[in-house]
Design a protein around this ligand. Structure first.
Ligand code: IPE
Ligand code: IPE
Ligand code: MG
Length: 255
């Protein structure tokens, strides 16, 4: 099989960085609560250990030559959780940015935030702005944090932007095409994810990158997010490298 032909390193199906590797990996980091419950620990402990797993994932993505890494940190629907848990998750985001921003910047990582800023506390908004501003000229890995993010909400937002332009006479409805829509999304300028990984065994999208994942490959891993390590990341990429992406056409491997 051509999957075998591409193999240059046993256990890793991609030929090497830049050759069949995913440029953009997006992760639905799920299972913190179950990880904690399994150990008789409070859910917060799972979330805290989840932040460690994010740090590992950023390091591994950089090492593997991934260009864009998106992490789903808080969904637009996560407000439905108990107030204490929501507050814990907000606190962890703040701590992550305060504690890790200097190091991310030193590592040439560009930070982008997607999701609704309105509705977030002003101190969080300021931190998110600071992270983007400080790292905007960095040229290494782009780390995209999806926070208070919902794919449908993002599409609604894009429709509002385009509708306003039409109303102002700045846009002809007949000119609206996929590029116009993409430019109005939070992810403008970021290529679509090649690979979406979801941990915890759940096999659903949960309102993540609805527009952008039209042709993404999905890999579902049974491990809980705090246990996601370099080995799991490589296993997911390996699985991706064995997939045959067709985009509606015929297999490139068939010639
Ligand atoms: C993922 O873990 C973190 C967030 C959604 C913020 P969960 O908190 O969803 O953990 P489970 O799914 O309950 O185990
Ligand atoms: C998806 O996980 C959101 C994040 C990982 C931030 P959830 O745990 O919120 O998803 P559901 O509720 O199981 O679909
Ligand atoms: Mg969950």
């Amino acid at each position: 099989m051509s999957g075998e032909a591409k193999r240059s390193d046993p256990g890793f199906a991609c030929a090497g960085a830049g050759e069949g590797m995913p440029a953009h990996v997006a992760i639905i980091m799920d299972g913190n609560g179950r990880w904690a419950a399994q150990r008789g620990l409070p859910r917060f402990e799972g979330h805290r250990r989840g932040v460690e797993a994010i740090r590992r994932a950023v390091r591994t993505a950089g090492d593997l030559g991934v260009r864009y890494l998106t992490v789903y940190s808080f969904s637009a629907e996560n407000w439905r959780r108990p107030a204490q848990e929501v507050s814990d998750l907000m606190g962890l985001l703040k701590r992550f940015v305060r504690h890790d921003l200097a190091e991310l910047h030193a590592n040439n990582i560009r930070v982008r935030i997607i999701g609704e800023r309105e509705g977030l506390a002003s101190d969080i908004r300021l931190l998110l702005d600071e992270a983007e501003q400080l790292t905007r000229a960095n040229t290494g890995l782009t780390l995209i944090i999806a926070f208070n993010y919902g794919g449908r909400q993002e599409i609604v937002g894009a429709m509002r932007i385009l509708a306003r332009k039409v109303k102002e006479g700045a846009l002809d409805p007949e000119e609206i095409d996929m590029e116009t829509v993409e430019a109005a999304l939070d992810t403008h300028g970021i290529p679509d994810p090649d690979l979406v990984i979801r941990t915890s065994g759940e096999q659903r999208v949960s309102n993540f990158l609805t527009w952008q994942t039209a042709y993404s490959e999905f890999v579902f891993l049974p491990c809980y997010w705090p246990d996601f390590d370099e080995e799991a990341f490589k296993a997911a990429i390996d699985e991706y490298c064995r997939r045959d992406r067709r985009f509606g056409g015929l297999s490139a491997r068939m010639g």
